[in-house]
Design a protein around this ligand. Structure first.
Ligand SMILES: [Zn+2]
Length: 93
C-alpha cells in the first residue's frame, strides 16, 4: 500500500478551493432554460479569408487618384493603342 499525503486528496482540495469556486449543485436542481430563442451563429471574425490575391490594406490618398485623360492607353512595348504590354503580340518577336 502506498502512502498519499492529505494535500493530494479530493476532500482537501475541495476545502481549499471551496470559497473561490463554489460547488456545482446537482443537475436536477438547475433552472430550466429553453434553447428555442437561441440561434447559434458563426463568429465572422474567426472566418478564414478565401484563397486568392490578398486585399490591400493601404489607405488611398491624393496621389492614387488617376486623372481622366482623353488619351488612349498605349502598349508599353510597341506603343500601339490596340493592346497592352501583357498581351502584346510583338513582344515575343
Ligand atoms: Zn504592343
Amino acid at each position: 500500500m502506498t502512502y498519499v499525503n492529505q494535500v493530494y486528496k479530493i476532500e482537501y482540495m475541495s476545502n481549499v478551493w471551496r470559497h473561490v469556486f463554489p460547488l456545482i449543485p446537482d443537475e436536477r436542481k438547475w433552472l430550466f432554460v429553453s434553447l428555442a430563442p437561441f440561434k447559434l451563429l458563426p463568429d465572422r471574425e474567426l472566418h478564414r479569408k478565401p484563397k486568392g490575391r490578398p486585399c490591400s490594406t493601404r489607405i488611398c490618398n491624393n496621389m492614387d487618384i488617376r486623372e481622366v485623360t482623353n488619351q488612349q492607353r498605349l502598349c508599353g512595348w510597341c506603343r500601339n493603342p490596340s493592346h497592352i504590354t501583357r498581351s502584346c503580340p510583338n513582344r515575343n518577336s
